[in-house]
Design a protein around this ligand. Structure first.
Ligand code: ADP
Ligand code: MG
Length: 727
């Protein structure tokens, strides 16, 4: 059990009043009303967990009041933080903040993702939704078409808003974008007190699901794995205002009434909860949508903090006192928060995990970002599909219920018709009274279960009062079992304790004219026709409803088909990933056979060089070395690609290193060739040249140079080609 954490925040004055005689003073965690140049006024002083003065920032409020709740939510505790106070006291400023001082919602979202990233032994799935309660109707701020949503409760999910759109999110930026889009759909209105006054209560909800990574390796998710599911509500309430102050009328007045009503119910709930446990009677959570949704946060399984905002101006003194009173009451409320572990399929994480993880694993390392997006999209599609199915199921359930009610109505009508027809046949005198008396129960049984009409129960034997000479007065009433079916005058006397009514002198009350049913002027035949017609109408409606139901079922089947198609798409992606992973191995095989051929060709050529010392032989040796360097570069880079742990940057540096080696090799070969060329030309001048030999050497050098160029070109072309293919 822990107390709700309550803080008060005083906003900076909007206009400085000249004539004020009092002011609100903040001292540590105490707020008191002071006389202008003097001491606090006695009896108007309140103490809370924290009191923030006008110089405090949203960051201070977040750090001291909300941060712990957010962290606990990541650890599996439900959490709620809400802002309460009069219009223009700074609730929206505290929750949403401004561009240079972000509010609690923004800070909480950032904090959640930061904390999640630091927890390496658990995996998380975050869903967000945003709703507003406007005029006691729940609207979806992420999907304008979702209006007037209903609150439901079941064992698996607790209290939830059916059909509310939830978006799965991966990072804080996504959430901010969603919040911005939701903010556009929110109801604002202009009042005297605030040009952009929030006219609705908004609830930004984050559902955090998490699961330990060590409990099961990939593909080993057993049904016993517990998943933590916590719900975090960040609530910005609409302000309660005195209508005279805000100068509202028409639509604003209607809104104000609803706002005041729900805030009044919230106050009632807090009041009841703050009573001692013994005196706690029924808590009126169901009196407003707001308190129903926040039920777990108010005296239930959640950690809760309330920030009560007040305006410092003297004209708002009454509202400020009201807010402080509310805050004092709230301080006494205790909650009982515990980590929520779920074993059932209620956790979305559990349902989607296996499929998505498998996909992610297979595609790891290649086109990671694009595929992450794709996965997120698929996840959201699946979620939307589930929500739609939930909505359809609910509609179907509603239809079924109304169907049942109609059925019941038809049965009632039939029963009435039967009763009437039996009355009519009685009135006709065609069937004797005796015949009805003969077997009333039999008649009931024959009708079967479907159309049970209440039987006219005839008394087994007529209860007859018979006159006789009365006997002595008994002292006490006889036991009931001594009564027989027929009460003689003595028994009658005993029952009435000696009082005997003179039956002849009894005055009967004059008969009152009662509206008969059916009315006197309506003949039974007419009634029969009327009911038959009604029956036909009902049957027709029943058919329509059945058609509608069939239509819904057809839609459901269509949705299932869409899901199947999605599944097909996923398996196609998986196959492609598999192919992509096999590619480097195949490349490796091709390179090896290419290398073998190359080495064979070179060795054959080397056999034709005469002494092995000629420049041609040198050139061939060099080509052979270059070739083997190039091939090993390719082989290493391909094998690095298949090996997932080596980074592509490492691969790049390796290739650069080989490139450098190659260019140095080429350079040195060319230099040595030039040198030997010069030496041979000098020789040619001094010695008698052997023209025949020289020609052969020149001829082979010419071809070898072409070959070198050819290989360098081929390899130069293939290396980048392989690289683009691999990466
Ligand atoms: P509420 O939501 O309670 O009706 P708002 O949050 O809209 O009130 O605040 C009314 C005005 O006061 C806004 O212009 C807001 O910027 C300003 N304001 C409220 N609190 C503060 C604060 N602590 N510091 C600066 N400006 C504030
Ligand atoms: Mg507001």
């Amino acid at each position: 059990m822990e107390k709700i954490c309550v803080a008060v925040r005083v906003r900076p004055p909007i206009c400085h009043e000249n004539s004020s005689s009092t002011f609100w003073g903040v001292d540590d965690n105490q707020i008191s009303l002071h006389k202008l140049h003097g001491s606090p006024i006695s009896g108007v002083s309140y103490t809370f967990d924290h009191v923030f003065d006008e110089n405090c920032s949203n960051s201070d409020v977040y750090e001291l009041l909300t941060k712990d709740i957010i962290h606990a939510a990541v650890d599996g505790f439900n959490g709620t933080a809400f802002a309460y106070g009069q219009t223009s006291s700074g609730k929206t400023f505290t929750m949403n903040g401004s561009s240079n001082d972000p509010g609690i919602i923004h800070r909480a979202v950032n904090d959640i993702f930061q904390k999640i990233n630091m927890i390496s032994d658990r995996e998380f799935l975050i869903r967000v939704s945003y709703m507003e309660i406007y005029n006691e109707e729940i609207n979806d701020l992420f999907a304008v078409e979702n209006q007037k949503l209903q609150i439901h409760e079941n064992l698996e999910r607790g209290i939830f808003v059916a059909g509310l759109r939830e978006e799965i999110v991966n990072n804080a930026e996504q959430v901010m974008k969603l919040l911005e889009s939701g903010e556009v759909n929110r109801h604002f209105g202009e009042t005297n007190m605030n040009a952009r006054s929030s006219r609705s209560h908004t609830i930004f909800r984050v559902v955090i699901e998490s699961k330990g990574k060590d409990t099961g390796s990939f593909g080993d998710y057993s049904s016993s794995d517990a998943i933590r599911v916590s719900v975090l509500n960040l609530v910005d309430l609409a302000g309660s205002e005195r209508i005279a102050k805000t100068g509202t009328g028409g639509v604003r007045l209607k809104e104000g009434k609803y706002i005041n009503k729900s805030l009044m119910v919230l106050g009632n709930v807090i009041n009841k909860l703050s009573d001692s446990a013994k005196r706690r009677a029924h808590i009126p959570y169901r009196d407003s949508k707001l308190t129903r949704i926040l039920q777990p946060a108010l005296g239930g399984n959640a950690k809760t903090s309330i920030i009560c905002t007040v305006a410092p101006e003297e004209i708002h003194i009454e509202e400020t006192k009201g807010t402080l009173l509310f805050a004092s009451r709230a301080k006494r409320v205790t909650n009982c928060a515990q980590v929520n572990e779920v074993l059932t399929d209620a956790a979305l994480l559990k349902r989607q995990k296996l499929e998505i993880e498998e996909l992610r694993w297979k595609l790891q390392g290649s086109h990671a970002e694009v595929l992450e997006q794709e996965i997120l999209k698929l996840r959201n599609d699946m979620l939307k599909y589930e929500l739609e199915r939930e909505k359809l199921e609910m509609e179907l359930e509603k239809e079924r219920r109304s169907h049942k009610e109609r059925d019941q109505y038809i049965r009632d009508q039939l029963m009435m018709i039967e009763n009437l027809s039996s009355l009519v046949s009685d009135g006709d005198g065609s069937s004797s009274q005796g015949s009805m008396k003969e077997s009333p129960t039999e008649e009931c049984h024959n009708r079967g279960d479907d159309f049970k009409t209440p039987c006219f129960k005839a008394a087994p034997k007529a209860f007859v009062a018979k006159r006789s000479n009365y006997s002595q007065l008994p002292d006490f009433s006889p036991l009931p079992d001594s009564f027989s079916d027929v009460a003689d005058e003595d028994t009658w006397f005993k029952i009435n304790k000696g009082y005997i009514a003179d039956l002849d002198s009894l005055q009967t009350t004059p008969a009152r004219k009662v509206q008969s049913f059916p009315p006197e002027d309506v003949t039974p035949n007419y009634l029969n026709k009327k009911y038959k017609k009604e029956l036909q109408n009902l049957k027709r409606r029943l058919e329509l409803v059945t058609e509608e139901k069939n239509e819904l079922q057809r839609k459901l089947a269509e949705d299932i088909e869409v899901k199947d198609r999605l599944k097909g798409y996923i398996s196609k992606l998986k196959q492609e990933a598999l192919l992509a992973r096999e590619m480097p191995q195949r490349l490796c095989g091709s390179v090896t056979s290419f290398k073998d051929t190359y080495e064979e060709v070179l060795s054959k050529m080397q056999r034709y060089t005469f002494d092995g010392k000629s420049s041609t032989a040198k050139l061939l040796r060099c080509i052979s070395e270059i070739g083997s360097i190039l091939f090993s570069t390719m082989e290493t880079s391909i094998s690095n690609t298949t090996d997932r742990h080596k980074l592509s940057s490492e691969n790049d540096s390796l290739i650069q290193e080989y490139n450098k080696m190659l260019s140095e090799k080429l350079k040195s070969t060319i230099t040595s060739l030039i040198l030997s060329e010069t030496a041979s030309s000098e020789d040619k001048q001094t010695k008698t040249p052997c023209s025949c030999n020289f020609e052969v050497v020149a001829w082979s050098r010419y071809h070898v140079s072409i070959l070198v160029l050819f290989f360098v070109m081929i390899l130069g072309y293939f290396v980048p080609f392989f690289r683009t293919l691999i990466f």
